[in-house]
Design a protein around this ligand. Structure first.
Ligand code: RB5
Length: 147
């Protein structure tokens, strides 16, 4: 897996994205920022799509931030191969990596504090996928026909 971490946000997640990108950069990892580039109002699905392109091409982990994290997760999960999870705490971050092999963390700047966001992100980046029985379940995502 590429050691880089890709960040994307809309205007409502812009400030937290900058803080978290600096946090990750300080740990020695390569950071990619797909935008937005200013806190002016913009449309989160566009930045979710850009981030998904990088995650799928480079096999790295991504972080999407909007006001709630929910819109970003909905947009990102439309893409095959993307498993995006909103995490409100470290427990969710650990389990979504270990069991769901989540490759995108979604956060909401309007409800999470900086300290908790950094802690959740550190756990997300530091937890490995366990595979085993969980892979059988993930394989079902793509093998069950959609109506
Ligand atoms: C923007 O106001 C807000 O709707 C967006 O950031 C996000 O929270 C959507 O899910």
């Amino acid at each position: 897996m590429d050691a880089c971490v890709v960040f994307g946000s809309d205007h409502a997640g812009f400030a937290l994205k900058k803080i978290l990108a600096n946090h990750v950069s300080a740990s020695g990892r390569t950071v990619v920022d797909v935008g937005c580039d200013a806190p002016q109002s913009c449309d989160y699905p566009l930045f979710a799509a850009k981030l998904c392109d990088v995650v799928l091409e480079r096999g790295c982990l991504g972080v999407l931030i909007c006001g709630t994290g929910i819109g970003m997760s909905m947009a990102a999960n439309r893409r095959r191969g993307i498993r995006a999870a909103v995490c409100a705490n470290e427990y969710m971050a650990r389990l979504t990596r270990a069991h769901n092999d989540a490759n995108v963390l979604c956060l909401g700047e309007r409800w999470i504090g900086v300290g908790l966001a950094e802690s959740v992100l550190d756990v997300f980046l530091g937890t490995a996928y366990e595979g085993g029985r969980h892979q059988r379940r993930l394989d079902l995502f793509d093998s069950i026909p959609t109506l």
